[in-house]
Design a protein around this ligand. Structure first.
Ligand SMILES: [Zn+2]
Length: 878
C-alpha cells in the first residue's frame, strides 16, 4: 500500500515538474554579476517548487524567510503583531552584522539626527519596504523572497556598502489573512493546463483577498488604524521613522509597470514639493533597470497623494518619501492580456529589482534625503502656531470612551496629547477638566496634527483617487475647537494615554439596574443583557431614577433592567452588571425605587419605559453588495459590540425562514444596478417587514428600498406600479438645452466634477427620535460618498431623524451643484411599515470603521427599531 502511494505521488510530482511553463529558476531572480553563496538554500530548495510554478504558500514562505534570518547575521526577524485570524505579522531588519550589534544605538542616533541634534552621517540611512498589504497582489508579497535571499547570500562591494550604510526594514506579508485566502482560492482552481484566460476562476479572486479578515482595505488604514495589522505596523514605523517607505502593489493586468512620484496636482498641501523631486531622483534607478529590460512603464499619473491614509502618502506627511509601486497583476499565475502575456515570475523579479533600486537610489541621494528629513522636522518645529492658533481642545460629552479612543489614535500617530487640569472655555463652550484634552501645535509631529484636525474645502483639481475629506474629530463627533494664544496655558495637565476606563463596580440593587445610553459600549452592554434572556426596557423620555448613588439623571434610550418577573436569579443579573462596568466601561446604577422624581415617568410607565427585543440580524453580502460596506457592519457588530450576526449571501436570502430573524441589513453596492433584490425576494422581504421585521438599508440599497416600498404602496393603492417613477425619471433626464461644447482634453477632470469621492457633511439629528438616543447634541457630521438624495416621506413629518444642513459641506470636495442638492435633504428616513420598520440611510454610518459618531445610528437602528411609532394625526395639509 505504502509503496503504491509513493509511486503515485512520484508520478504526480513528475507531472507537475514537466509542466511549469511559467516558473523560473533561482538564477532568474539573481542580479547579474553578483556572487551568491551557494550554501544558502534557494526558495526552490526549500519548498520543492519554483516561483511562478504555483502559488507560494504562506506556510512555505514564512519558514523559508525565517530560515534565512536564522542563517544570516545580516538579517533579524521580529513578530510585530497578529492578524484577526491570529497569523503573525513579521518585519525583517537587514543591515551589516556590525550595525545589528548596535541597532538600538543607531535608532536613537537616527531620531536625534532628524531632530537636528546629530550629524547627518552619524547613523546609517533608515529605509522601509512594505510587502503584501493587499493579499491578492502576488508579486508585491513574493518579491520578499528573492530580496531576502539576495541579502542573505550576495557578496560584493555594492551589497556590502548597502548593508553598512542602511538599516533596511521589510514588513513581509503585512496582510496574512488576505494572503491565505488568495492561496486557498488559487489552489482550489489551480489546473495542470495553466490556464492564462483572465476569466478563469483561478484568476478571479480580488476583493476578498485584497482585504483583511473583516474585508477592510489595509491600504486605507494608515490614518484610521482600526485594524490589528495597521496598529502593529504603525508602531514599528514610528519607532524608526524611516527616510524612505516603499509600498508594493499590483493593479489591472493590462497596465505596464508604475512607480511614484504620483500626480503632480493631486498632492496633499501638507507634503513639501521637494518630496517629488527626490522621489523622481530615486526613480531614475528604477527607470534604468526597466530600460535595460526594454519594459514599458509609467510614472507621475493616475495615483495621487491626497488621502493621508495610504501607504505611499502617510509617510510623506511624516517626513519620509512614500513610494508606490504597481505591477500589472498576473493573478497568481500567468494571464494573457492586451499587452501580451503577464507572468508572476517576471512581476516578482521586477518588484524585487525595484526594491533594490529603491535602496541604491536612496543611498545615491543620501545627503539630500537626510537633509530633506531634517528640514521637514525643522519646519515642523517652527510651526508652533498657525495664524495665532496654538493647538486644539476636544471632549466627547457623556462618552469618555469616544474621546479616549481618539487619544489612543493620536498617540499611535506619535502625537502628544495632554489632559486638561482646569476647565477651559473656547468659542463659548466649556471644556471640562478631566474629560477634555489638548493637542499642542508645538510638537514634532504637528503636520500630522494639521492633517487630522484641519478641514479642506479648496482644491487645485477636483479629481480624487480616494476620499477628499477625513477630518477625524468630525468623524468621532467630538466637541472640538482651535485654541489661540495662551488660552489653555494654565490648564495643561499630564500626558494622556486614553486608556480604556472601567466603570466602578455597581452596588447591589434592590429594585433593578439602570444605565445611560450615551457610552460607546452601551450597545455591547445591552446585547449582553438581551442575549442572557433578561427582560430589558428602554426609556423614551429623559428621566431621573433613585439609586444607591442618589438621584441619577438619565437621557432617552437609557436601559432599565427591573427585578420584576425576571427568571434569572438576582445574583446572576448582578454578575452581568459587574461585567458591563468592568469590560464595557458603562457606569451601572442600582435602582432603589420605581417611583421617579419626574412626573409621569415612573419606571413602570410602560408607554415611556418600553420592552426591548433581542435582535437576530441577517447581514447580506455579495451579489454586487460592497464587501467593504458589509465588512464594516460585520466588524462593528461582531468585533466592537460582540453581537452575533448571520452573514447570508444575497442570492440565498430567498431560502431563509424569515420568522427566525428580526433585522435585515442591506448595504451599498459597487454598481448601483446591483443594489436590488429581485421581484420575488422584494415581495417576501417587504411582507416580512409588514409582519414585524426591520429593514436597514444604506447607500444605494436605501435608494432601491425607497423605490420598492413606493411601488408596493402604489400597487396597494391601485396605481400602475412604478408609472409615476418612470414619468418622473424621463422628465428629469430630458436635457434642458444642448450640451455645451467642451475640449476633449478636459474630459477627465470634467467627468469627476460632480462625483463625491468621500466628504463630511453637517446634519441635524433629532435627539428625541429613537435613532437619535444617546447623543449629547443635534449636530452630527456625516460621511458621504454617494451623489443621490433620498426622498422626503409626504405623510410622516417625524420620519427624518437626520437631515443635512442647508450649507452642509464641512470638509472635502463636493461641487456647488451637489452641495445644493444635498442641503436640506434627508440623511436618514425611518418609519413604521405596518408591524415592522424601514430605516433608510443615504450614507454608510460605519465607513471604514472610523465614524464612532454615526456608528450609534446603526446600533440604535438595530436595538430601538421597535420604538419608532407611527403618527396617528392628519398631516396631509401641513
Ligand atoms: Zn494593492
Amino acid at each position: 500500500m505504502l509503496r503504491r502511494a509513493f509511486t503515485a505521488l512520484s508520478a504526480l510530482s513528475l507531472c507537475i515538474a514537466a509542466a511549469p511553463a511559467f516558473a523560473e529558476t533561482a538564477e532568474y531572480f539573481q542580479v547579474e554579476g553578483v556572487t551568491y553563496d551557494a550554501s544558502v538554500p534557494t526558495f526552490e530548495d526549500h519548498a520543492g517548487y519554483e516561483i511562478g510554478d504555483r502559488p507560494v504558500r504562506y506556510g512555505d514562505m514564512i519558514p523559508y524567510l525565517r530560515d534565512l534570518a536564522e542563517r544570516s547575521d545580516r538579517i533579524s526577524v521580529e513578530t510585530i503583531g497578529y492578524s484577526h485570524e491570529l497569523r503573525p505579522i513579521l518585519t525583517f531588519t537587514v543591515t551589516s552584522p556590525e550595525n545589528h550589534a548596535n541597532l538600538e544605538n543607531i535608532r536613537a542616533t537616527h531620531l536625534e539626527r532628524l531632530a537636528g541634534r546629530a550629524a547627518p552621517d552619524a547613523a546609517p540611512m533608515v529605509l522601509w519596504i512594505n510587502f503584501g498589504v493587499h493579499g491578492a497582489e502576488t508579486s508585491s508579497m513574493d518579491a520578499a523572497i528573492p530580496l531576502l535571499y539576495h541579502y542573505a547570500s550576495a557578496s560584493g562591494a555594492e551589497v556590502e556598502a548597502q548593508l553598512d550604510n542602511a538599516v533596511m526594514i521589510f514588513t513581509v506579508v503585512y496582510n496574512p489573512d488576505g494572503h491565505a485566502r488568495r492561496i486557498d482560492h488559487t489552489e482550489t482552481f489551480w489546473s495542470y493546463g495553466e490556464n492564462t484566460d483572465l476569466n478563469d476562476a483561478a484568476h478571479t479572486m480580488w476583493i476578498e483577498a485584497r482585504t483583511n479578515h473583516y474585508w477592510f482595505d489595509l491600504n486605507r488604514q494608515w490614518l484610521l488604524l482600526t485594524q490589528p495589522e495597521a496598529k502593529a505596523w504603525i508602531a514599528k514605523w514610528h519607532e524608526w521613522k524611516p527616510m524612505v517607505s516603499a509600498d508594493y502593489h499590483e493593479m489591472g493586468s493590462a497596465s505596464p509597470y508604475y512607480f511614484h512620484p504620483g500626480e503632480e496636482l493631486r498632492r496633499n498641501p501638507l507634503i513639501p514639493e521637494r518630496a517629488r523631486e527626490l522621489t523622481k531622483g530615486i526613480g531614475e534607478r528604477h527607470a534604468a533597470y526597466l530600460d535595460s529590460q526594454a519594459h514599458l512603464y509609467w510614472t507621475e499619473g493616475g495615483f495621487d497623494n491626497f488621502y493621508i491614509g495610504k501607504g505611499s502618502t502617510y509617510p510623506q506627511i511624516n517626513g519620509s518619501l512614500g513610494i508606490l509601486f504597481e505591477a500589472g497583476a498576473a493573478r497568481g499565475g500567468a494571464v494573457e492580456t492586451e499587452r501580451g502575456l503577464v507572468t508572476t515570475a517576471e512581476n516578482v523579479r521586477t518588484q524585487f529589482r525595484t526594491a533594490l533600486t529603491t535602496i541604491q537610489g536612496s543611498l545615491d541621494l543620501r545627503t539630500e534625503i537626510t537633509a530633506y528629513q531634517r528640514d521637514f522636522f525643522a519646519e515642523n518645529a517652527r510651526q508652533t502656531e498657525r495664524g495665532g492658533q496654538t493647538g486644539w481642545v476636544f471632549t466627547a460629552e457623556g462618552d469618555p470612551e469616544r474621546a479616549a479612543r481618539f487619544v489612543r489614535l493620536l498617540n499611535m500617530h506619535d502625537i502628544e496629547v495632554s489632559t486638561l487640569s482646569a476647565n477651559v472655555t473656547v468659542d463659548d463652550r466649556t471644556y471640562p477638566a478631566g474629560s477634555s484634552f489638548y493637542v499642542s501645535m508645538d510638537q514634532t509631529n504637528n503636520r500630522m496634527v494639521r492633517g487630522i484636525f484641519e478641514r479642506f474645502t479648496e482644491f487645485d483639481e477636483n479629481v480624487f483617487y480616494d476620499v477628499s475629506g477625513w477630518t477625524l474629530p468630525l468623524a468621532y463627533d467630538l466637541d472640538y475647537a482651535a485654541v489661540r494664544g495662551n488660552a489653555v496655558r494654565n490648564a495643561i495637565g499630564a500626558a494622556a494615554e486614553g486608556a480604556f476606563q472601567s466603570a466602578p463596580v455597581p452596588d447591589r440593587a434592590s429594585y433593578g439596574y439602570v444605565f445611560d445610553w450615551s457610552h460607546s459600549f452601551a450597545p455591547r452592554a445591552l446585547n449582553r443583557l438581551l442575549s442572557a434572556d433578561l427582560m430589558v426596557r428602554a426609556t423614551m423620555e429623559e428621566t431621573a431614577v433613585r439609586t444607591t448613588s442618589g438621584t441619577v439623571e438619565l437621557g432617552r434610550g437609557s436601559i432599565f433592567v427591573p427585578f420584576d418577573r425576571q427568571e434569572t436569579p438576582r445574583e446572576q443579573i448582578h454578575a452581568i452588571m459587574e461585567t458591563i462596568a468592568a469590560e464595557d466601561g458603562v457606569p451601572v446604577f442600582a435602582a432603589t425605587s420605581g417611583l421617579t422624581p419626574v412626573t409621569g415617568r415612573d419606571l413602570g410607565a410602560s408607554s415611556i419605559v418600553r420592552i426591548l427585543e433581542e435582535p437576530r440580524v441577517v447581514l447580506a453580502y455579495d451579489g454586487g453588495l460592497s464587501r467593504y460596506d458589509v465588512g464594516e457592519v460585520w466588524w462593528t457588530l461582531d468585533y466592537r459590540h460582540r453581537m452575533p450576526v448571520t452573514l447570508v449571501e444575497k442570492s440565498r436570502l430567498g431560502s431563509l425562514d424569515w420568522t427566525d430573524y428580526t433585522h435585515l441589513v442591506l448595504v451599498g453596492s459597487l454598481d448601483p444596478q446591483d443594489a436590488v433584490l429581485d421581484e420575488e425576494l422584494t415581495g417576501s422581504v417587504l411582507t416580512w417587514v409588514e409582519a414585524g421585521g426591520t429593514l436597514i438599508a444604506t447607500r444605494d440599497a436605501a435608494l432601491w428600498a425607497q423605490g420598492a416600498i413606493q411601488a408596493r404602496k402604489d400597487a396597494e393603492a391601485g396605481e400602475e406600479p412604478g408609472a409615476k417613477d418612470v414619468a418622473e425619471t424621463a422628465e428629469a433626464e430630458a436635457p434642458e438645452s444642448e450640451a455645451e461644447r467642451l475640449n476633449f482634453g478636459d474630459m477627465g477632470v470634467r467627468d469627476a466634477e460632480h462625483v463625491i469621492g468621500g466628504a463630511i457633511f453637517a446634519a441635524d439629528l433629532d435627539t428625541t427620535h429613537p435613532l437619535g438616543f444617546g447623543y449629547a447634541d443635534r449636530d452630527l457630521p456625516v460621511h458621504r460618498n454617494v451623489s443621490f438624495t433620498l426622498e422626503r416621506p409626504l405623510d410622516n413629518p417625524y420620519a427624518i431623524p437626520v437631515q443635512y444642513s442647508d450649507n452642509p459641506l464641512l470638509t472635502g470636495y463636493a461641487s456647488e451643484r451637489r452641495q445644493d442638492e444635498i442641503g436640506g435633504s434627508p440623511s436618514v428616513v425611518a418609519q413604521r411599515m405596518k408591524a415592522g420598520a424601514v430605516i433608510l440611510m443615504a450614507d454608510n454610518p460605519v465607513f471604514r470603521g472610523t465614524y464612532p459618531g454615526t456608528e450609534k445610528l446603526l446600533m440604535n437602528a438595530i436595538f430601538f427599531s421597535g420604538l419608532i411609532d407611527q403618527p396617528q394625526g392628519d398631516y396631509s395639509d401641513d
